[in-house]
Design a protein around this ligand. Sequence first.
Ligand SMILES: Nc1ncnc2c1ncn2[C@@H]1O[C@H](COP(=O)(O)OP(=O)(O)OP(=O)(O)O)[C@@H](O)[C@H]1O
Ligand SMILES: [Mg+2]
Length: 257
Amino acid sequence: MPTSEPLVRFERVGKRYAGAVEALNNISFTVDAGDFAFVVGPSGSGKSTLIRLLLRDEQPTSGRVYVTGANLARVQRGAVPGFRRRMGVVFQDFKLLPALTVQENVAFALRVHGIHRRSVIQERVAAVLDLVGIGDKAGRLPDTLSGGEQQRVSIARALVTGPELLLADEPTGNLDPVTALGIMELFVRINEYGMTVLVATHNREVVDLYRRRVLQLAAGRLVRDERAARYDEARPAFPAPAVGVPAQPALVAAGAA
Ligand SMILES: Nc1ncnc2c1ncn2[C@@H]1O[C@H](COP(=O)(O)OP(=O)(O)OP(=O)(O)O)[C@@H](O)[C@H]1O
Ligand SMILES: [Mg+2]
């Protein structure tokens, strides 16, 4: 059903934890269905808090968080599991169940949401493992997989319930740079299939590579919301050097020596 309501709306959201830490301060933004945004900012700037508010793990101290027009503060306790099903979430540390195989880890998410028919589970799990590129590892235990493969399992688990929004909190934080790129490539591809994706990250390289929307936090404030952006705000260029000064070649020569 087409709707003009954005998928996510933060309306002057503040979050003050016990101990008076103001983790978010008067944050407003919207995310449309199909969008892809990176949430960036230094440690402690409020990225995880923003994600926890969306998951309804925390409540805002002021302002409102809406998902498809519904004020999360108004969602009754009994309706929270149904609401959660609309969001898939991926964390830095994978959070896989070590005694369960890859296929069982992903199937578990379906069972939690009340889907028990074996044929449905088998079909959905196989499809989503193929999608993330580990269809051949369904029978393996998590600790026999590489970090990148484990993160693919957790992405499969986040997607298998058919969410509307995929959230990731520092999903490449435990991965080497090459593996991290493979994981971020997967998020971008999932977005190209139509999924709305929000990724909190410190990973400057991937943000600069993909040039998507950047929501930048600093000390709990939203200081930038820019499309097709880099990790750092574009700054005005330094004053042009005097004509004829060969700055770069000289530096390269010095660095190579
Ligand atoms: N449960 C909590 N109780 C009290 N203060 C908290 C709690 N969680 C986070 N904070 C504080 O809120 C601020 C924002 O934390 P948050 O975890 O959202 O930052 P972050 O941007 O995700 O940082 P990082 O990049 O290190 O993960 C920090 O000052 C943090 O210490
Ligand atoms: Mg965090």
